[in-house]
Ligand binder design. Structure first.
Ligand code: HEM
Length: 489
């Protein structure tokens, strides 16, 4: 593979920055989850905030602000039900709907009944406000500045209510809480102006509404069919329906607050790699964990370094599996990396066809670490955001079909969920037969080595599906209370 140039052709100045960049240089972040109590006040406050929102053209700002809405949130801002119902079904029903809950595997401890945010019992969420800054002091100042905007309104009436908030950060070494370099592999949006390996440059419509996707179709975008607000602010539907497109230059976010059981993770790795005399073997434990992830702690890919950690920090993402490792001898077929993006080795198809399929199920990941709780009772985890134009075909497909599935590859995997995030469906025939011994298979010659008794190392603590509007769409939302004028188009 080669690095290819990728000239800009999408409307970056109308796109919220978080879709195109992860703000790696801004180490700290803060999330507000809010409720709009009065639509007029909500629109007023949004109007004030829009100049502070960071477009994708700005990459050197000291802070960054991005805003996304839920289905009920858009209606709380005044969008009519008819218009809100033009959004795709997963977004409308949300992450905690019974079908979604089953598809995503949110059972037991991860049940939305127990969530801190976005769950079945908590406060309804209308919007998510994501802030970034470079230092702890700067995020604190910025957070308080935005809090003031949200919670005070000139009318003196109740403004926007913050129902949940949480801070996040990026470790200087780029590692997540289990100790592995994260956020290396991310697709590059075609037309975004960013470079990457050619196999990672994905049609814009997989991530940005209003552009052609990998099927050479426009992704399903919410149109305004019930005339309201200043329609002159919105572009026409790219599909020529004659309606205005609320979606263009926007996307969807699958947010998950994922607790990581770090001690349990490493205790498991150690227990499975003990020496015959019962002593622990730290090197073997790290090797097993790396096989489970698909990269060594420093980021070097297993497919290029199967036996030993090269001991360097690596962001190498220029590889496939079809030629280098078709049978998973180097990077196990069931590893987190390989399952969540099988690249050119999807099932038995040829590499070219495989890539064509996998490019339709990519996700832009924006993860930050969090730590909450009191000393001795800390909770560690990941504030995960998956950005995609089609929640069903991307985030849900990846979690349901690639991660939760016990047999994504029938020939070699029998009872193997994704070892990091996979949660098997209790209705799966294997579980119905009473086989609850989940395992992780490491393909090898002459025999496959099975790590039995795989446990769950993460718990879902919150989540929501959100729409990240374009800047034009945000401006449009502020006009929803205006008297209707005939659109001049
Ligand atoms: C606490 C939870 C999670 C942890 C600790 C974790 C950890 C990691 C690590 C260490 C990598 C390798 C770094 C990289 O290639 O960027 C990775 C890659 C990846 N993860 Fe996760 N992850 C988590 C949750 C998720 C979730 C919820 C999804 C999607 C539903 C996901 C999808 C992916 C994808 C698509 C890749 C890149 C695969 C590739 O392109 O080769 N991860 N993850």
């Amino acid at each position: 593979m080669t690095m290819v140039s990728n000239p800009q052709s999408i409307e970056l100045d109308d796109i919220q920055g978080i879709l195109v960049r992860g703000y790696g240089q801004l180490r700290y972040c803060h999330f507000f989850f809010v409720q709009v109590i009065d639509p007029e006040i909500g629109r007023d406050i949004l109007h004030e905030l829009i100049p502070k929102i960071t477009p994708a053209t700005v990459y050197d700002s000291k802070t960054s602000l991005n805003i996304a809405f839920t289905y009920t949130g858009l209606q709380a801002m005044g969008l009519s039900k008819e218009n809100a119902d033009n959004f795709p079904i997963p977004f409308q029903v949300g992450m905690t709907d019974n079908v979604r809950q089953r598809m995503l595997g949110d059972w037991g401890e991860s049940d939305p009944e127990n969530w801190f945010v976005g769950g079945k019992n908590g406060d309804e969420i209308h919007a998510m406000v994501v802030m970034y800054a470079n230092t702890e002091a700067e995020i604190e100042n910025f957070r308080e500045e935005i809090r003031k905007h949200l919670s005070t309104h000139k009318s003196g009436k109740n403004a926007i209510k913050i129902v949940y908030e949480i801070g996040g950060y990026r470790r200087e070494d780029g590692k997540e809480n289990f100790g592995f370099h994260d956020s290396i592999s991310n697709p590059v949006i075609k037309g975004s102006g960013r470079t990457g390996p050619d196999n990672d440059i994905i049609a814009s419509g997989e991530f940005v509404l209003g552009y052609l996707n990998e099927h050479e179709q426009y992704p399903y975008s919410p149109l305004i069919t019930d005339s309201q607000g200043n329609l002159n602010l919105l572009p026409p539907d790219a599909n020529d329906s004659g309606h205005k497109d609320l979606g263009r230059n926007g996307t969807f976010i699958a947010f998950r607050q994922i607790q990581q059981h770090v001690d349990k993770f490493w205790a498991f790795m150690e227990s499975k790699t003990n020496k015959p005399n019962g002593e622990t073997d730290p090197h073997a434990a790290v090797k097993l964990a790396s096989k489970i992830i698909g990269r060594w702690p420093g980021g070097a890919p297993l497919v290029k370094h199967p036996d030993q950690d090269p001991g360097v920090q690596s962001t190498d993402n220029d590889f496939g599996y079809a030629k280098e490792d078709p049978f998973g001898m180097k990077c196990p077929l069931g590893s987190h990396l390989r399952r969540n993006n099988p690249r050119d080795s999807f099932r038995d198809q040829n590499p070219k066809q495989s890539l064509k399929v996998t490019k339709r199920h990519r996700l832009i990941r924006r993860g930050r670490l969090y730590q909450t709780g009191t000393k001795g009772n800390e909770e560690y985890g990941l504030l995960f955001m998956g950005l995609n134009a089609d929640i069903a075909q991307q985030f849900e497909f990846i979690q349901h079909v690639w991660a939760n599935n016990l047999q994504p590859n029938k020939k070699t995997l029998y009872n193997d969920p994704d070892p990091v995030i996979g949660v098997p469906d209790p209705a799966d025939p294997i579980q119905q037969q009473g086989d609850h011994n989940f395992r992780f298979a490491m393909q090898g010659d002459p025999a496959c080595h099975y790590i039995e008794g795989l446990q769950r190392f993460v718990t879902i603590r919150g989540g929501a599906y959100l729409f990240l509007p374009s800047l034009s769409a945000l401006r449009y939302l502020t006009t929803l209370g205006e008297a209707q004028l005939p659109p001049h188009s």
